[in-house]
Design a binder for this molecule. Structure first.
Ligand SMILES: *Cc1c(COP(=O)(O)O)cnc(C)c1O
Length: 346
């Protein structure tokens, strides 16, 4: 087989910025250490590369959601430092955890029993303090199956840490009660936004995800977080429109004068959703190239007036400063990261 030609989409991961973000969040966590949420393929950036960089930066505790996400991380990190948030729902999950040596996060009394029946061992425990998603209730902490667990990290998850909600101090108070009721080696409450709520929320370990990757969920973090992901897309054709020519599906843009356009290898299948057009733009050496017409599955068209030197094969920058892009496009910063498609070479 001949070598594959080079890709027309690439995603540069600034590993120095990623490491700097972890160090900054670790510092903001005070006496607590920062761990790292690397679920969803490292928030779309590639779990293996992300885990390796964060481990080298000093991170010790790694969190994935699915059992299937362990494989990429365990390549770089000691399995005992990996926790699986979705928990041991099926007997096969228990077997896998014990065979590999990763920790399940126990989310219910049933899971605690299943873990113990399967042989047990160190695990983490999620307690629900108000998000009403995964986790045992405060009331269940007295259950024999929970009391019998060998709990490394006792954790809970904040529902509204990105806003100044009364739910934050309420969850803090409930988590303190959980800590008093159940012995554990370490305690952990804050995600990225929770770190911004201050030291009271940090306990022994924080669990940032979003802000490691450049996301800013609270103003307190804005000066500490660097952009990490830099997507680029190649121009695959250049064409000149005549006055009256329309562009793309449903002809939503029509040229008034002659204009040079670039057809770019980037579409909604790559996570560049339709809400990116029509007011959006790509960039070439800082010049703004407005999008013309609708975003297609594999292509967008840009106005090359501001960069007449652009030719086939040139790379355009996809704006990816997360807080600004999310605000402008009505998407969450999480969605921007995790919808980056598989066609980007990472
Ligand atoms: C995803 C997740 C995190 C990380 O949250 P961010 O908002 O991305 O910082 C932390 N803890 C749990 C339980 C999670 O599911």
């Amino acid at each position: 087989m001949p070598d594959l030609p080079p890709p027309s989409l690439r995603l540069e991961l600034d590993t120095q910025a990623l490491a700097a973000n972890w160090r900054a969040l670790d510092g903001l966590s005070g006496t607590a250490r920062a761990g790292a949420a690397v679920k969803a393929d490292g928030y779309g950036l590639g779990a293996g590369a992300v885990a390796k960089t964060l481990k080298d930066a000093g991170a010790h505790d790694f969190f994935v959601a699915h059992w299937s996400e362990v494989a990429d991380v365990v390549h770089h990190v000691d399995p005992a430092q990996i926790a699986v948030l979705h928990g041991p729902v099926r007997p096969q999950d228990v077997h896998y955890a014990r065979a590999i040596g990763v920790k399940p996060v126990i989310n219910s009394v049933e899971q605690a029993q299943r873990w113990r029946e399967g042989g047990g061992g160190p695990c983490d425990l999620m307690v629900d303090t108000g998000i009403n998603r995964l986790g045992v209730s405060l009331r269940d902490l007295g259950d024999g199956a929970i009391a019998a667990l060998d709990v490394d990290i006792l954790m809970s998850h904040l529902a509204s840490a990105d806003e100044n909600s009364a739910l934050n101090p309420l969850q803090l108070e409930r988590f303190q009660a959980a800590c008093a009721a159940l012995p554990a080696r370490r305690r952990s409450l804050a995600n990225s936004a929770g770190i911004g709520l201050g030291r009271d929320y940090a306990f022994d370990l924080t669990r940032p995800g979003l802000s490691l990757y450049g996301g800013v969920p609270r103003g307190e973090l804005a000066d500490h977080v660097l952009q990490v992901a830099f997507p680029q897309a190649a121009v695959i054709q250049v064409r000149t429109l005549s006055p009256g020519d329309s562009v793309g599906y449903n002809a939503t843009f029509t040229a008034r004068a002659e204009m040079r356009t670039g057809i770019v290898s980037l579409g909604y299948a790559d996570g560049f959703l339709r809400c990116r057009g029509p007011a959006g733009a790509l960039r070439f050496e800082g010049a703004e190239l407005p999008l013309l017409g609708k975003v297609s599955m594999d292509m967008v068209v840009v106005d090359l007036t501001a960069a007449p030197q652009v030719k086939e094969g040139d790379w355009l920058d996809v704006p990816f400063a997360l807080p600004e892009t999310a605000r402008a496009r009505g998407l969450s910063q999480y969605e921007l990261l995790t919808t980056l498609g598989r066609r980007f070479r990472r």
